[in-house]
Design a protein around this ligand. Structure first.
Ligand code: ARG
Length: 571
């Protein structure tokens, strides 16, 4: 239990003693403040809110409460006006925090909130035969981090790549390929070639509208299981997936399922039938819809007039499938903010169908990646290709390593870890709903609030441990006074905060809390390192300070891992 929780517990029972039993430990915990000046204590508890219940002035309450609170980890408790100011026994807290971190290792911060229950997480989900966009990058890194964080909370994440692999565009693509395609070219550069076929189709269709009809026909054939259509579609899908896999491998992201939209083809009739049975389908201009007027939402389109099912229908089928397959605690969809309405409609339709579990579904939206303040568009060739960004980032890191540490053993692997880390962290340090302006310069800086800065800090701490010949097995209690400095205390308090940060990040689906946290921890550690002697001290002091350093490496590494970044020990 963190020291803040210990203190909250003490205050809560003191309150019961005074006759207040309406505040839980958690309530008290959330009321705790940090005094503006450390001379006033480490923690403050304000008494304003209690005045009514106790019919006393807050300073009076503070004085009475102060009488009732004592014992470890507190050194002193003082009433100051309406506040109870609490002073920690910092040495004792430091000892507690450091031995907890070192004995638990990477399990530090774990909880069993999720009790092993499944959480399907819909993430990445690019559209095949199209380039992997920055939007899909966002979904991939945010979704992967959320999966890691929830796993740490005791859930069992199921990473699902809901590939966009079905729809009328594949009819068009088949027509374009049959007219102008070249097998060798597609094999060599599948995405690029398929995209240019798709673009050409639209250009030529402006003068020759019959192409659109052919496209529709071929999609119909595909839906009806025509061998040639199916064969081409499967090939496009496989080639695209191979290409996407290269990106996922670079980023070290993997999936438990790549069941995309097409996977639900044979599960659509059942959805439509269920909707019909429940009397939820209405006809509108020849199409079948579920009206959502009562929620002030436009109707959800289930079946087009030509009988084709839609994106929404597929998501309904997918939701039913996921509920049946995983019996989920929560179902998470990491998809851009543009699709907010789509998911609201989806949940409402499920609710109307009578499924209470729809309340456990969460759309986790994120903002756009902009370029020069505008949305990137595939059609206008305005996209920045993710592959290029990753390749550039890795090459840049390689150059820096070549200059600064040419004898590094595994240069290639480290360059990949750090280059990719820069790209991932650039996204995750921002609150997900904020738009991000793409800038080569920002993405490829390695100083300031960046992934490489945190990775470098971790590597520096590791090298300190090597130089100091730190022995993890021979942990001893801290030498008196060894960590008696504001620099060490700043590190200790942040180490102590990690489990709470993980909890908040998980509960709010917000990896940026971890991003900001690792930056903060790296910064306070670097201050400690700059101002406090470590290796040149006598043996016991040195050993104690190295234990703090070791605890920092453990937590930095784990924090980076949750975000999807590696933590090389040397760079
Ligand atoms: N392929 C879609 C797109 O790129 C995202 C799919 C999101 N997942 C879902 N279950 N709808 O816009």
């Amino acid at each position: 239990m963190s020291y803040k929780h210990q203190v909250a517990e003490k205050i809560a029972s003191a309150l019961v003693h005074l006759g207040v039993d309406s505040l839980t430990k958690e309530n008290v915990y959330n009321m705790l403040e940090t005094p503006p000046n450390p001379a006033m204590g480490d923690i403050a508890f304000p008494c304003f809110q209690l005045a009514k219940a106790l019919r006393k002035a807050p300073p009076m309450i503070a004085a009475e409460l102060t009488e009732q609170i004592s014992g470890a980890p507190l050194k002193e408790v003082k009433a100051v006006g309406p506040y109870v100011n609490l002073f920690l026994d910092q040495e004792m807290v430091a000892q507690q925090v450091i031995s907890t971190v070192l004995s638990q290792g990477k399990a530090y911060g774990d909880s069993d909130l999720g009790q092993g229950r499944n959480v399907p997480i819909d993430l990445s989900s690019p559209n095949i035969a199209k380039p992997f966009s920055m939007g899909h990058l966002r979904s991939t890194v945010i979704g992967n981090a959320i999966a890691n964080i929830m796993e740490k909370q005791g859930y069992k994440p199921v990473r699902i790549n809901h590939l966009g692999d079905w729809g009328t565009q594949f009819g068009k693509l088949i027509v374009a390929y049959k007219l102008w395609g070249d097998e060798e070219k597609v094999k060599a550069e599948p995405i690029k070639e398929l995209l240019s076929l798709y673009i050409r189709f639209h250009e030529e269709a402006e003068n020759d509208p019959s192409l659109e009809d052919q496209g529709r026909e071929w999609f119909k054939k595909l839906e009806d299981g025509d061998t040639e259509a199916k064969h081409l579609w499967t090939w496009f899908r496989d080639e695209s997936l191979k290409e996407f896999m290269k990106i996922y491998d670079l980023m070290n992201v993997s999936f438990d399922s790549t069941n995309g939209e097409a996977f639900y083809n044979d599960k659509m009739d059942r959805v439509v039938q269920l909707l019909e049975e429940k009397g939820l389908l209405t006809e509108s201009d020849g199409a079948q819809v579920v009206t959502l007027d009562e929620y002030d939402m436009p109707p959800s389109l289930i079946k087009k007039s030509d009988g084709a099912t839609l994106y929404a229908t597929r998501d309904l089928a997918a939701a039913l499938y996921r509920h049946e397959t995983y019996d989920f605690a929560k179902a998470v969809y990491v998809v851009g903010n543009e699709q907010r309405l789509h998911f609201q409609q989806l949940y409402k339709v499920l609710e109307k169908m009578g499924y209470p579990w729809a309340a456990n579904m969460y759309h986790i939206p994120f903002g756009m990646m902009l370029k020069d303040g505008k949305k990137m568009s595939t059609r206008k060739g305005k996209v920045v290709l993710l592959e290029e960004v990753l390749a550039q980032a890795i090459a840049d890191v390689q150059k820096v390593i070549e200059e600064k540490n040419p004898s590094l053993a595994n240069k290639e692997e480290v360059s990949r870890q750090v280059g990719v880390g820069a790209v991932i962290f650039h996204d995750l340090k921002n609150y997900r709903l904020n738009d991000i302006n793409f800038s080569w310069e920002e993405m490829l800086t390695f100083e300031g609030e960046t992934g490489p800065y945190v990775q470098y800090t971790h590597a520096r701490a590791c090298s300190l441990l090597r130089k100091g010949n730190y022995q993890p097995e021979s942990q001893t209690s801290l030498a008196p006074g060894a960590l008696d400095s504001k620099e060490a205390w700043a590190v200790v308090t942040l180490l102590n905060a990690f489990p709470d940060i993980v909890e908040r990040a998980g509960d709010n689906f917000d990896p940026s809390l971890i991003g900001k946290y690792v930056i903060d921890l790296a910064q306070v550690f670097n201050k400690f390192y700059a101002n406090i002697r470590i290796l040149a001290e006598e043996e016991e002091i040195k050993a104690s300070r190295l234990q703090l350093v070791a605890a920092v490496t453990t937590v930095l590494k784990e924090g980076l891992r949750l975000l999807g970044l590696a933590a090389p020990e040397e760079m």
